[in-house]
Design a protein around this ligand. Structure first.
Ligand code: FES
Ligand code: FES
Length: 223
């Protein structure tokens, strides 16, 4: 079940991960300058993992080309400043990365979960430009139908899905958990999945799959 926004187990929004939409919009509203100059500043800021005040206070207008590192591959994509990461992955990339789903599109359901620099985040609650220079992992990067990751295989074995809409989000959150805690308790699994909803109520199967995956190698595979 979902916890509070302060719960460390819940994927982070830009608000509690260091960036804020308010600060970004402040920049968008200022006087216009060349987009490529802005992008350089944003990329520099992202690479340093710090917020460059110049990038925040300077406007970005129109669509801009950026490079996202998705599942170990650099991917060129053109986005608007307001484009969320999950929208960039699903709607802008060609070929698209559709593992992360859009359920609520407001940071509550977890269907859009991706791993960003090792931490699960809501892809609908972070801007694509904030992901520049960071490692983005989606469910596509964990395994293939022919060579599934331990979490993916356990999800099938334990019948962890009904409609399946939440599944990639759970697989991603569980994979992120097992990469930092290879042998979690049931309570730790529940905490690791607090940011994910399953409207079909498959929680017992999902948690059992997580514990089975831990026994079978956990989150060590994939990008
Ligand atoms: S679609 Fe992102 S949390 Fe629901
Ligand atoms: S299996 Fe349907 S929402 Fe989880």
């Amino acid at each position: 079940m979902p916890g509070t926004s302060n719960d460390p187990a819940i994927p982070k929004s830009p608000v509690n991960s260091g960036w804020s939409r308010r600060n970004f919009l402040k920049g968008v509203g200022a006087a216009a300058i060349a987009a490529d100059t802005i992008l350089q500043r944003v990329e520099k800021s992202a690479a340093a993992d710090t917020v460059d005040p110049a990038a925040v206070d300077t406007p970005i207008s129109g669509s801009i080309p950026i490079t996202l590192n998705v599942n170990g591959r650099p991917r060129q994509v053109t986005v608007e400043p307001r484009t969320t990461l999950v929208s960039a992955l699903r709607d802008r990339l060609d070929p698209a990365v559709t593992g992360p789903k859009v359920g609520c599109n407001m940071g509550t359901c977890g269907a859009c979960t991706v791993i960003l620099n090792g931490k699960p985040v809501y892809g609908c609650s972070i801007l694509a430009i904030d992901a520049v220079g960071k490692q983005i992992s989606t469910v596509e990067g964990f395994g293939t139908p022919e060579n599934m990751s331990p979490v993916q295989a356990a999800m099938v074995e334990k019948d962890g899905m009904m409609c399946g809409f939440c599944t990639s989000g759970f697989v991603t959150s569980i994979t992120a958990l097992l990469r930092t805690n290879p042998n979690p308790t049931l309570d730790q699994v529940k905490a690791g999945c607090k940011g994910n909803f399953c409207r079909c109520g498959s929680y017992p199967h999902l948690f059992e799959a997580a514990l089975t995956a831990a026994k079978n190698g956990g989150g060590r595979t994939g990008t």
